[in-house]
Design a protein around this ligand. Sequence first.
Ligand SMILES: Nc1ncnc2c1ncn2[C@@H]1O[C@H](COP(=O)(O)OP(=O)(O)O)[C@@H](O)[C@H]1O
Ligand SMILES: [Mg+2]
Length: 488
Amino acid sequence: MKSNKTVSIRKQLIGWLMIPITSLCLVSAVVTYFIAVRMTTQGYDAALMESARELANRATLQDGNIVLDLPPAALAVFKDDNIDKFYYAAFGENCRLIAGDADVLQALNPAAASQPRFRNGRLHRSPIRIACYNAAVSGAPNRHVRIFVAETVRKRQALTNQILIAVIVPQLLLIGLASLSVWLGVARGLAPLQAVRSAIASRSQFDLSPMAELNPPLEIRPLVNAINDLLGRLNRDIEAQRRFVANAAHQLRTPLAGLKTQTELGLRQENFSELRGILNQIQRGAANLTRLVNQLLSLAQLEPSGAQSSLVRTRIDLNAIVKEATRDMVPYALSNDIDLGFEESQKPAFVIANAWSIRELVTNLIDNAVRYTQSGGKVTVRIESADPVTLVVEDNGPGIPESERERVFERFYRVLGNNVNGSGLGLAIVKEIVLSHQGRVSIESGIGGKGTLLLVTFPPAEMSFKPPADKSINVATSPLSAPASRVN
Ligand SMILES: Nc1ncnc2c1ncn2[C@@H]1O[C@H](COP(=O)(O)OP(=O)(O)O)[C@@H](O)[C@H]1O
Ligand SMILES: [Mg+2]
């Protein structure tokens, strides 16, 4: 499911940057703290052990008893400084207390065979560090003393705290500075987007020229280029629409003016048979206008943005649909004294197509062939089922000069030099339909270089294609039509 929550680039960037930076600072602070604690501990422990060793050196043998030679002046060297308190206890064999504060070391078990060199303890609710040192009595190598010294840990804590602060404060500053520079950097970085936004907002809807005044940074350039590209396409499309409307209006104006003149003439006419003649002309004019309007509607419907996208395509046999369309044109051909024939293919010619479009295409091609071929001429509509499937409309009329064969597909383009009525839209419609079916259309000369051959090819229908459930289009070849038979 698509979330419609508005995303903030700034928040995302700060998140992406701050999460790793903060985690990194946190890890680094923890690691630094432990290293600092270890290093301070090691230093102070060494000093503590040194005190124990010096006390042990003062153990001597007097009358067979071990004593600690510790005059007050010497003890002052070990005793408390201003910050930490110092404690000691010396034991001889059998855990006999020789000197020191036995009670303050009550937490210890001096009799235990093995003692850790250092340990932590608590005294008077203050944490202490304890060191233990075993040594031989000087001058009596087989007599032993065990010295315990302890001190409170205020100095150690103060030093680790100082180190910690020294590490954390710059890191907090770094995090703060990084957030600030991301905040400001994003504002600065997004400023060109603001410029694009105001450039678009302040534009008139009639100004479709590219946004040239902006000089966007590299990252925003593709967006501006895409907008400019869209503006260009819109401009061309609107220009084409404008030309089309102007042409269409022009095309409608001429026959309408004719109709108006003839109506005025008719109104003044008293003679009934003359009036009838005029009415006939009005009828022909109206028929031409109807055809023109229908062609305009067809073109509008075939526009990519028009109803064309909703024109359903199915797998159809071209034979059936073209034959039907040809049959509908027979009366028109007969009225122009043209022999209109249909030749279907040996095998079904399946294509994926929209039936309405195909009928429109065939009607326009036959209309042209009949319209431009002299009376007594012949028009043949043929389907070839080979790959690609081909529709041919052939006539033995005047033909289209090679130089005009591209241009006749343009809207409103007509070849001058004949007296035939027309709008120049027929082949434009044909081309739209062919393109929308991914087909091709070309004009060739008929047999012996005479007449016109209009060739339309379609990509063959995929074998895997399954027609939809409602078979609105009759895909079977009509049994009425034998191959190469003429319809009229
Ligand atoms: N079968 C044909 N034989 C000769 N000329 C043709 C034929 N089909 C089309 N043309 C030429 O191509 C031009 C464009 O045709 P089309 O787009 O149908 O417009 P229209 O028929 O309204 O003039 C016509 O004016 C005509 O000169
Ligand atoms: Mg035409």
